[in-house]
Design a protein. Structure first.
Length: 255
């Protein structure tokens, strides 16, 4: 059995659409007994909403950049939360620096704080209040700063102030998770659960680099060069990547 995991935004979902070619390839891949899933910075709840909108099924979801693992219906297998004191300090910091906006989440549910401009993605998911999320376990923050350059600056600044969390750049966004969280570690937990190490992944951004470096990997052709450098193949779509996977009989391109 092969596992194929795809980043969501700007990899599988491009211009707010999942192509017919990608959906057909995913369906064919799964029909052979393989597992297809989403590996994303988003919450499980957000991805479940998107799957319904785009009429797509999957077998697993690695969400929150690896902090959460669920089956294709959203039932949880694993979760890792931010320390509550750190969450409150992060909220105070964001109130001071005032990015465009941020999302606070518990792995499923979200709350939005808009200072000047809201997120363009994830608008289909129901929103709670910041206080409601803080009352329970906190999965992380998604911070919208408006440009790749500003996101890089914020990552560098926050790294010195918040050593107890993981800070991920995701194009013009900054994602905050519990320490030790990344997509590669999330996939490892999936591999341990499914008992398969024949794993292939595809992505487009810096928060995908850990998994691209750790597994058989693809970068989409529009990714930044440093992201492409971590991948073994450059492809134009998820469906093209699945065709390559189908062509290999062994678990690794090195095997």
């Amino acid at each position: 059995m092969k596992i194929f995991g795809s980043d969501f935004d700007n990899t599988l979902l491009v211009d707010d659409k999942i192509s017919v070619e990608d959906k057909t390839a995913i369906e064919s891949f799964r029909s052979k007994g393989n597992y297809f899933g989403i590996i994303t910075g988003r919450t499980i709840g957000s991805i479940i909403t998107e799957l319904m909108i785009h009429d797509l099924e999957c077998d697993f979801i690695v969400a929150g950049n690896g902090a959460f693992l669920a089956d294709g219906k959203g039932s949880s297998y694993y979760s890792k939360y931010i320390n509550k004191d750190d969450a409150y300090e992060l909220r105070e910091y964001l109130d001071q620096v005032k990015p465009n906006s941020y999302i606070l989440h518990d792995g499923y549910n979200i709350a939005r704080k808009v200072y000047s401009e809201d997120f363009k993605i994830g608008q289909s998911q129901k929103t709670h209040t910041i206080e409601q999320i803080l009352e329970n376990d906190v999965g992380g923050f998604f911070i919208n700063v408006g440009s790749i350059e500003k996101a890089a600056q914020l990552v560098n600044h926050m790294a010195h102030l918040f050593p107890n969390v993981e800070i991920h750049q995701n194009l013009s966004y900054v994602d905050i998770t519990a320490a030790g969280v990344n997509k590669a570690n999330g996939i490892q937990k999936l591999s341990n659960l499914i008992k398969s190490d024949d794993i292939w992944v595809i992505g487009d951004a810096e928060n995908d680099m850990s998994m691209l470096a750790s597994y058989n990997s693809f970068a989409v052709s529009w990714a930044d060069e440093k992201v492409k450098n971590e991948a073994e193949f450059i492809v134009s779509s998820v469906s093209e990547g699945i065709k390559v996977v189908d062509a290999y009989g062994s678990k690794s391109i090195d095997g």
